[in-house]
Design a protein around this ligand. Sequence first.
Ligand SMILES: [Zn+2]
Length: 73
Amino acid sequence: MPQQQQSPGLKCPQCGQFIPTTIAELLSAQALRCPYCGLELTINRAESRHAMEILKEVDEASKKLDQASQFKR
Ligand SMILES: [Zn+2]
């Protein structure tokens, strides 16, 4: 069955490719490197704190979803 996993990531400002990453990486890494063009993206957590909080909520929500799916009949 077609299942589109919504993978976290961001669009490279230089080449426009989607850079897949993990929420944990976004929360902990200092920088991400675009695998397509090699551009290094610095993560400014002070400025993107709001976005990080949203990511945390998404992460927690998906964990809850994982738990819920274990109770399938
Ligand atoms: Zn790129």
